[in-house]
Design a binder for this molecule. Structure first.
Ligand code: GLO
Ligand code: MG
Length: 344
């Protein structure tokens, strides 16, 4: 069905271009201005970190946080936008230097749990039930610093506290194999789903698959998505692209490997991704070289590529494909797909 997909991104995807070796190169765009840009860019959903939704959480009372979240909800409603999920930003505070839930310091673990509860409060105020856990620092720089069995148990305990805190909340774990940590405890989709199965309510734990994270793990993103879809666990995605095994690049969708992107769109479309209200999320960054005026082109380009690849996927000659498969003529299938993507 054409037009069934709805798209979303986070305000962090419009950014100033700072990297680890250099400062910002573009002007900051105020949060409110970013919200005003969504619809024009073709997006109707917004992903949030807890402190994107309610800035400067530290020192604010629960009622103040709730009232700020409520007023954001009102502004979203007025703009015809919907929140998709809220993620606790557990990687910037000094108490999360060595991880939040898996920190060796009980005071730090406590902070991470309290912060996650605040994130859930904000999620509920925004009228949604989805929390994303990108487990940024839940890993190690050296293996001997943490015990991986204990770390796994601590992750389960933390998720159990969150599931218990609110009976409706659903949690999507976003796996990533490395960066910022050397070794992350939940590197792949399989790990994320298996982690959920250890919790008190596995039905409420799913995954957010990011293309680049799968590629960094040496895996094919569409196969990761297929595995999650087979488990009914693919509750959101972070589409982007990645040029090999290096830092997490968050490149525009399809910009490195069109065929890899084609297969992600194809698996989502052929298995009715979105039928339960799932959004197609992008987690893309503009190139640092990009000038201010065009600093949202990576978003519209990614969206355009998704739609073009959707068209390509829906116009394959499936009888032809089936006959190539029946004959085990995979060389012919290979050429057919390549030419089809090229419009030949
Ligand atoms: C970083 C992650 C990050 C998360 C975001 C939402 O590698 O992809 O951008 O997706 O913080 O949790
Ligand atoms: Mg992501």
């Amino acid at each position: 069905m054409a037009g069934k997909f709805r798209f979303t991104f986070g305000p962090w995807n419009i950014h100033e271009g700072a990297d680890v070796f250099g400062p910002a190169v573009r002007k900051t765009i105020e949060f409110e201005k970013k919200l005003e840009m969504y619809k024009n860019l073709g997006f109707s959903g917004v992903q949030f970190h807890d402190d994107d939704a309610v800035p400067v959480l530290e020192g604010k009372s629960a009622s103040q946080i709730a009232s700020e979240a409520r007023s954001l909800k009102q502004r979203l409603d007025d703009m015809g936008l919907k929140a998709e999920f809220v993620a606790p930003r557990l990687w910037e505070d000094s108490r999360t230097i060595d991880g939040g839930y898996t920190s060796n310091d009980p005071a730090c673990r406590k902070y991470a749990i309290e912060r996650s509860k605040i994130c859930i409060d904000i999620t509920k105020e925004l009228g949604i039930d989805l929390v994303v856990l990108w487990l940024a620092r839940e890993g190690s720089y050296i293996r001997e610093s943490k015990d991986s069995v204990v770390a796994t148990e601590r992750l389960v305990d933390a998720i159990n506290v969150m599931l218990g805190y609110d009976p409706d909340i659903r949690i999507c774990v976003e796996p990533k194999p490395n960066e910022p940590m050397d070794h992350a405890y939940i590197p792949t989709t399989g790990h994320a789903i298996a982690l959920g199965m250890l919790t008190d309510d596995a039905d409420r734990v799913g995954v957010n698959i990011e293309s680049a994270h799968a590629i960094l793990a040496g895996l094919d993103p569409s196969d990761e998505m297929g595995f999650a879809l087979a488990h009914n666990k693919l509750w959101t995605v972070h589409l982007n692209d990645q040029n090999g095994l290096k830092f997490d690049q968050d490149k525009s969708f399809g910009s490195v490997d069109l065929r890899r992107a084609f297969n992600q769109v194809r698996i989502l479309d052929r298995h009715d991704y979105g039928k339960n209200g799932e959004w197609v999320g992008l987690d893309v960054k503009a190139m640092r070289t990009q000038k201010d005026e065009k600093a949202t082109a990576h978003l519209t380009n990614s969206l355009e590529m998704f739609n073009l690849l959707l068209k390509a996927s829906r116009s394959t000659d499936d009888a032809k494909i089936d006959s190539f498969i029946a004959e085990r003529n995979y060389e012919a299938l290979d050429l057919y797909i390549m030419k089809h993507i090229m419009g030949r």
